[in-house]
Design a binder for this molecule. Structure first.
Ligand code: ADP
Ligand code: ZN
Length: 221
C-alpha cells in the first residue's frame, strides 16, 4: 500500500510513520530525515539543500523529485511505502502521481494529522533528536532517562536548527500556504482519506487511528 502522511510540523508524522511502517511492514520515505542526513554527511545533495532546510524553506521541487524517484526505484519500495513529508505542495503531488503511474502503482490512502497551533509550538520547542540514530524526544513528555543522552545509542541529543522559535513560525506559514492546499487536492482524488487529531495523548491517537483503519477496511485496498 502506498500511503501519504500529511500534516503540519509537530503533528507527529515521524512517530506515526514509524508505527504504520511496523503495522503494514512497508518502508518509510521521510524526506526531511533524508535531507538532514545528507546535510550531516556533507554530500553534494546536502550542500545544495542546507540553507533551505535550516531556514524552514521548501527545497526546490526538481531536487526533491530526484531524491524520491531514486528511493522508489529500490526493491524495498515495491510493495508499498509510507511517505512522510512528501509531497509538500501540489506540484510535488503531481510528480509523485506520475512516478507511481510509471510503476503501475498509486496512492491509496492519505492520513491527515492535525494539531492545534499552540500544541505544535509547544512540541517543536521541546523536541530534541538524537543526531546519530534519529530517535525523537520531548523534554516535557518524553525525556531521555539519562540526562540528555539518547536511550537507544547514548549520543547527546540536540535541538534541530529549524526548531528554533522564529523558524517554527516560518515553517507553519509555509505549511499553510503551500502544503495545506494538498488537502483539497487529495479530496478530489480517488483515495481513502483519514483525518486524525493528534493534539492529545499519543496512546489515544493510536487507538483512534486503529479504529479508523478498521472502518475503511484497509485489507481490501
Ligand atoms: P517538519 O514536518 O517537522 O517541518 P521535515 O523533517 O518533514 O519536518 O522537513 C524538514 C525540512 O526539510 C523542511 O522544512 C524543508 O526544508 C525540507 N523538506 C522536507 N521534505 C521536503 C519536501 N518534500 N519538499 C521540499 N522541502 C522538504
Ligand atoms: Zn540515538
Amino acid at each position: 500500500m502506498y500511503l501519504i502522511l500529511f500534516g503540519p510540523p509537530g503533528a507527529g508524522k515521524g512517530t506515526y510513520a514509524k508505527m504504520l511502517s511496523e503495522w503494514f511492514n512497508i518502508p518509510v520515505i521521510a524526506t526531511g530525515d533524508m535531507l538532514r542526513d545528507a546535510i550531516d554527511k556533507e554530500t553534494p545533495l546536502g550542500k545544495k539543500v542546507r540553507n533551505y532546510v535550516q531556514n524552514g524553506k521548501l527545497v526546490p521541487d526538481d531536487l526533491m523529485e530526484r531524491v524520491v524517484a531514486q528511493e522508489l526505484d529500490s526493491d524495498d519500495a515495491d510493495d508499498g511505502v509510507i511517505f512522510d513529508g512528501f509531497p509538500r505542495n501540489v506540484n510535488q503531488a503531481e510528480m509523485l502521481g506520475q512516478l507511481l503511474r510509471n510503476k503501475n502503482r498509486k496512492i491509496e490512502l492519505v492520513i491527515e494529522l492535525n494539531t492545534d497551533d499552540e500544541e505544535i509550538i509547544r512540541r517543536l520547542s521541546n523536541r530534541r533528536v538524537c543526531p546519530k540514530c534519529g530517535e525523537i524526544y520531548n523534554l516535557k513528555n518524553h525525556p531521555p532517562q539519562n540526562n540528555n543522552m539518547c536511550d537507544v545509542c547514548g549520543t547527546e541529543i540536540v535541538q534541530r536548527e529549524d526548531d528554533k522559535p522564529e523558524t517554527i513560525k516560518y515553517r507553519l506559514k509555509v505549511y499553510r500556504e503551500q502544503t495545506a492546499p494538498l488537502l483539497q487536492y487529495y479530496r478530489n482524488q480517488p483515495v481513502e482519506y483519514i483525518q486524525l487529531n493528534t493534539s492529545g495523548q499519543l496512546d489515544d491517537g493510536i487507538q483512534r487511528l486503529k479504529q479508523k483503519l478498521e472502518e475503511i477496511d484497509i485489507s481490501s485496498i
